[in-house]
Design a protein around this ligand. Structure first.
Ligand code: FES
Length: 101
């Protein structure tokens, strides 16, 4: 595991996401409306939908495939749904965004 530079903060749309790939892994990096940046595995636990293409609502992302809501804080599906995705650590240095992969 090590830190990888991803992008500049402004390259992630507010309440949107971008996708990054390292070492065969793919993550969605999300920017919440309050400016926090969160990263989760870009694969819905239901049927693998690309979460980075979902709609961000508060601290959750809504899967674009069938609407499962995933917490961007801990990666868990919101009840009544079940399942979870891996979360990745993010840090920012100035305008630069780093991810731990
Ligand atoms: S693949 Fe995400 S809700 Fe079905």
């Amino acid at each position: 595991m090590k830190w990888y530079k991803v992008c500049e903060v402004d390259e992630i749309p507010v309440m949107g996401a971008r996708t990054v790939r390292f070492n065969g892994l793919e993550a969605g990096i999300f920017r919440l409306s309050d400016g926090r940046i969160k990263a989760v595995e870009n694969r819905c636990p239901h049927k693998g939908g690309p979460l980075s293409e979902g709609i961000v609502s508060g601290e959750t992302v809504i899967c674009p495939m069938h609407g499962l809501k995933i917490s961007l804080i801990d990666g868990s599906a919101l009840p009544p749904d079940e399942g979870n995705v891996k979360t990745y650590e993010i840090k920012t240095e100035g305008e630069k965004v780093w991810i731990m992969f």
